[in-house]
Design a protein around this ligand. Sequence first.
Ligand code: FAD
Length: 149
Amino acid sequence: MVKGESNNFVMSENLEYDLIVIGAGIVGCATAFTFGNQGRKVLLIERDMSEPDRIVGELLQPGGVIVLEKLGLKDCLENIDSIPCYGYGVFYKNECVHVPYPKIKNNISYQGRSFHHGRFVMNLRRAVSKVSKYVFYIFSYSHIPSDVI
Ligand SMILES: Cc1cc2nc3c(=O)[nH]c(=O)nc-3n(C[C@H](O)[C@H](O)[C@H](O)COP(=O)(O)OP(=O)(O)OC[C@H]3O[C@@H](n4cnc5c(N)ncnc54)[C@H](O)[C@@H]3O)c2cc1C
């Protein structure tokens, strides 16, 4: 049994896993979610379960939105005040040039999303914590305890 704070996530007495993922950021959550849905037992370790407060990863390009949909994680873009975006605006003095994303078909554009990085990450962590059938364990540690590996 690993001792320590669990931040409301489930803790395990069985210390055997198919996969150990360090870091519950965007990549770690997507990885743990995907392998967990394949029926693999995943241990996801994060050192800080509070909402990240970094000005990074605020614009998800259309390719990212498409991948989230394929992974079954598109819901994570909801309820975080995310704003759909359809291209860029390049400003020079008083002029603005629009650089739209290409159309998919029937005049429908590819869509990106803009949001607060931390709120998106917290939605991803919630999604991971719900894959209970294949049981994930998320701990809050600054290092991996020696009795885990
Ligand atoms: C200034 C800036 C702006 C950016 N803007 C964009 C953008 O607009 N759009 C875009 O798509 N991308 C953007 N990026 C890139 C994007 O932020 C990263 O690609 C993305 O966050 C990487 O995700 P990650 O899961 O690999 O890492 P992170 O998001 O950094 O997550 C890593 C996680 O691992 C945890 N961790 C680290 N070490 C340990 C440890 N030893 N034990 C336990 N946990 C640990 C951390 O606490 C963190 O939660 C930007 C990056 C920067 C720096």
